[in-house]
Design a binder for this molecule. Structure first.
Ligand SMILES: Nc1ncnc2c1ncn2[C@@H]1O[C@H](COP(=O)(O)OP(=O)(O)OP(=O)(O)O)[C@@H](O)[C@H]1O
Ligand SMILES: [Mg+2]
Length: 271
């Protein structure tokens, strides 16, 4: 048997999967999604194709109704496409059953919802733990991980607060910490910085930078140009189709970051 994998890298028992920069986190081919209503059918996605290499950081933009959330939901295994194919790694998720999708979701994907989706009766710690309950995994190691994550998103002093006792930005951080509790390789975020002040936005984007530097693939949906310019790539949708797909240069990324830091400093100086 050959000791190299399909990509020519040495095979390893610990990691039998092919590795290297050409591996794809996902591959989207001619993806369509129709919502069939009583009176009409909405063609939310009309044949979208693009690849996302592992470790990429993409911002999805486009007018309201252009299909951004629909696409993110499909990538997050929350819904099934009407046509086309959608590979996450090697797995074609367009043909999977609901149970198989749930399995992939709980093992590989961290999803940050636009509306946070926190459980009002639970504390910060308990909300972050929710995905672990579903997996029946909640030993001392997991509990420590939950506290570490709460601290990482700056909520170490709010562990027993309930969502109503938190600001919007803090709730968003709980949602981000919860999305990371399964140590996902793929983080999907829908409008995570919408309606947040510049300080919180800068902090959340800093966190996304760190997660991406750790090797996680990030796809976020945003309406804001300066948020999108923090990503490595901007994919624009229009009328359910791919409109443009552009690389963000390092200069552009740094300029966007500087601009945001300046806004933060101006805000802090006024307080
Ligand atoms: N569950 C659904 N049932 C029927 N139609 C839907 C459903 N979800 C979305 N749509 C329709 O599909 C289209 C795409 O919606 P989607 O939510 O993906 O847009 P979006 O780009 O995320 O918009 P926004 O920026 O406003 O969040 C819209 O025309 C919307 O009305
Ligand atoms: Mg949306």
């Amino acid at each position: 048997m050959s000791m190299t994998d399909a990509y020519g890298s040495p095979a390893s028992d610990a990691n039998p999967e092919p590795s290297g920069p050409r591996r794809l986190a996902c591959s989207i081919r001619n993806l369509t999604k129709d919502y069939v209503l009583k009176s009409e059918t909405v063609h939310a996605l009309r044949g979208v194709s693009f690849d996302v290499p592992e470790g990429d950081y993409a911002a999805i933009m486009g007018p309201s109704g252009s299909g951004k959330s629909t696409l993110l939901n499909l990538l997050g295994c929350l819904d099934q496409p009407s046509g086309g194919s959608l590979f996450l790694g090697e797995d074609d998720i367009s043909t999977m059953t609901d149970d198989e999708l749930a399995e992939i979701r709980s093992q590989r994907i961290g999803f940050v919802f636009q509306s946070y989706n926190l459980i009002q009766q639970l504390t910060v710690v308990e909300n972050i733990q929710v995905p672990l309950y579903y997996q029946g995994r909640l030993g001392p190691q997991e509990r420590k991980r939950v506290i570490d994550l709460a601290e990482r998103v700056g909520l170490g002093d709010r562990l027993d607060h309930r969502p109503q006792q938190l600001s919007g930005g803090q709730q968003q951080r709980v949602a981000i910490a919860r999305s990371l509790v399964n140590d996902p390789l793929f983080v999907l975020a829908d409008e995570s910085t919408g309606n947040l002040d510049s300080v919180t936005t800068a902090e959340i984007l800093e966190l996304f930078d760190e997660l991406n530097e750790e090797g996680r693939t990030i796809i976020l949906v945003t309406h804001e140009d300066d948020v999108a310019e923090r990503a490595k790539r901007i994919v624009r949708l229009k009328d359910g189709m791919l409109h443009t797909d552009e690389v963000v240069s390092d200069e552009q990324r740094n300029a966007a970051k500087d601009q945001q830091l300046q806004a933060v400093q101006e805000l802090l100086a006024r307080q």
